[in-house]
Design a protein around this ligand. Structure first.
Ligand code: ZN
Length: 566
């Protein structure tokens, strides 16, 4: 193979591609014969200079040429592996900018809801699962259920303290809402926590009540802290802990690959397990590691900054530092009362402006990208205030301040984000999965909620953050949600925030790479970039928009290596 071949095709990508590819070519020794070519595909590159193609070539872990089937076939040598896509669609690998890799929960805990898709359950069914766990659990130990969703219950009401008392009066029992900001407790749990009907709500949280003032079982945000240190939980030997962590991360990696994800921003999880997984050759996706608060302290102490690592495992922003409550559980901090609230409830602010300022300044000065969780407009204002302050006190170029969720925006908040170049990781699958909750907000509020359209129009590089475990992480469900704003129940909320399919593809690929400062390395199909891509059985541009989520992911490839094959 001659140098001329690469040059001819690389030129199709334009000058920037030429420069990137030239760098990659220099790094590769030996002949320029591709290891693999993909031909006869409908390739959506997410590159403005060459948005579509039929074929591409890979050498090592990089794309080296993108073009027509005949041009790319001409590059192949005797050792080149040819993948004939037979008209299937190829997109860049999907990047999830916010995901909690709770594989251990999936493998070892009681699941009382479907983590991956819309599925209705019954309260009786939940209680049966918990009773079975209680039967093998010593008294005094917690019996817990995960992935509960209060609007996916056939009974048409939320589970409560009386239901959970039927599971056990000897065990503390808790059902965790998948949103992560509320739990439902039995009487034993309240007793151990010393919470009675006379207990006042703490700062940043509530103990919810029935109309008669008695506890109904639901506990929100910072009020959940009361239950953290009470009751007993199983202990494990260090070896057992290590094995569970490893298998949990391995499970997540398999699930991510199956869904078409090639890069994920991890909210905590065991960094050690991820490193071991990689050593064993079992890591199937690229990890941008957003350290939990305890790990963050170790990183800061060690002088580690965001960006350390390589394209497989890199230290990213901080974990989401929580400024308010939840969208799905209706505890986010809004400037107006929740519609229909008898008490004028405006949600939970979970940190004072002063504390937020101090946290952001400290993390920013340490060279870690600050990342705060904020859903409601009040909390987003607090976070932006803290970012603006830190930027003034300690100016750094191109920080890419991150806001996780960033759900409810106003034009003035968006203008402040644009001025500071904030990267928001918006819920991606919620408009489909959680459409049954949007009536709690109403159309007027929903027009400004998860506002991809407004952000892209303002030039803000919004990216997709599924927030698994709260949200399903299927990128195809996300594309459907972002483009249609239509829920599983057929309801459409905030149709003004729809974006086009090509925009949604960019949000879930290149904008995700931008979020982790890796846009020169990945996120689109261009010579010189990492060969991360997905083969889909059908083109999302061609199917009924309501069926995008059902398209089969035929193959997922990371760095030229298949991580999933249907
Ligand atoms: Zn989260």
């Amino acid at each position: 193979m001659s140098n001329g071949i690469g040059r001819r095709h690389i030129l199709q990508g334009g000058g920037a591609a030429l420069a990137a590819a030239a760098g990659a070519t220099r790094a590769i020794a030996g002949p320029l014969e591709p290891d693999r070519i993909v031909v006869n595909a409908r390739v959506w590159t997410v590159e403005d200079a060459q948005p579509t193609a039929e074929a591409f070539a890979i050498r090592g872990d990089r794309f080296v040429a993108v073009g027509s089937t005949s041009d790319i076939r001409a590059l192949a040598g005797p050792r080149t592996e040819v993948f004939d896509a037979q008209g299937m669609t190829v997109t860049p690998g999907f990047i999830d900018a916010h995901n909690h890799p709770e594989g251990e929960q999936l493998l070892y805990e009681v699941l009382v809801g479907n983590p991956f898709d819309v599925e209705f359950v019954t309260i009786a069914g939940i209680l049966d699962k918990l009773k079975a766990r209680a039967a093998t659990t010593p008294p005094g130990f917690w019996v817990e259920g995960f992935f509960y969703d209060d609007t996916k219950v056939r009974d048409g009401r939320a589970i409560n303290v009386h239901d959970l008392d039927k599971v056990s009066t000897e065990h503390p029992v808790a059902v965790h809402h998948r949103g992560g900001h509320t739990l439902y407790c039995n009487s034993k749990a309240f007793e151990l926590a010393g919470v009675t009907r006379d207990t006042a709500n703490p700062y940043g949280g509530t103990f919810d009540r029935f109309a008669d003032g008695s506890l109904n079982g639901r506990v929100t945000d910072l009020a959940m802290d009361r239950f953290a240190a009470v009751g007993r939980r199983p202990t494990f030997t260090p070896e057992e802990r290590d094995r569970r962590a490893l298998e949990g991360q391995a499970h997540m990696s398999t699930l991510y690959a199956r869904s078409g994800l090639t890069g994920v921003c991890h909210e905590g999880g065991s960094l050690d397990a991820l490193m071991r997984l990689r050593d064993q050759g079992r890591l199937r996706h690229r990890v941008n590691y957003e350290a939990d608060e305890a790990t963050l302290e170790l990183l800061i102490k060690a002088g580690v900054r965001s960006g350390l690592g390589d394209e497989w495992l890199r230290i990213g922003a901080s974990i989401e530092h929580t400024a308010d409550g939840s969208l799905s559980e209706r505890t986010m901090a809004m400037s107006r009362p929740f519609p229909g609230s008898a008490t004028g409830y405006r949600g939970n602010v979970t940190q004072s402006q002063e504390d937020l300022n101090a946290w952001v300044e400290r993390v920013h000065r340490a060279g870690i990208r600050p990342n705060c969780h904020a859903n409601g407009d009040v909390a987003i204002d607090h976070v932006l205030t803290a970012y603006e302050r830190a930027a003034r006190l300690f100016p750094v170029k191109d920080v890419r301040w991150k806001i996780t969720h960033c759900s409810q925006l106003t034009p003035s908040l968006i203008a402040r984000m644009k001025a500071l170049d904030v990267t928001p990781a918006l819920f991606s699958t919620y408009p489909y999965y959680n459409s049954d909750k949007f009536h709690f907000y109403g159309e007027e509020i929903m027009r400004d909620m998860i506002p991809f359209r407004s952000l892209l129009d303002a030039g803000v590089k919004a990216c997709a953050g599924s927030d698994f475990y709260p949200g399903p992480f299927s990128p195809l469900m996300a594309l459907q949600a972002m483009t249609t704003r239509k829920g599983w129940n057929g309801e459409v909320w905030g149709a003004n925030q729809r974006i086009t399919l090509d925009e949604a593809l960019r949000v879930h690929t290149l904008n995700g790479a931008w979020d982790t400062r890796e846009e020169a390395q990945k996120g689109s199909i261009r010579p010189g970039k990492l060969a991360d891509y997905v083969v889909l059985a059908d083109d999302p541009h061609r199917v009924d928009p309501g069926r995008i989520k059902d398209i089969q992911v035929v193959r997922t490839v990371v760095g030229g290596v298949a991580t999933h094959q249907a």
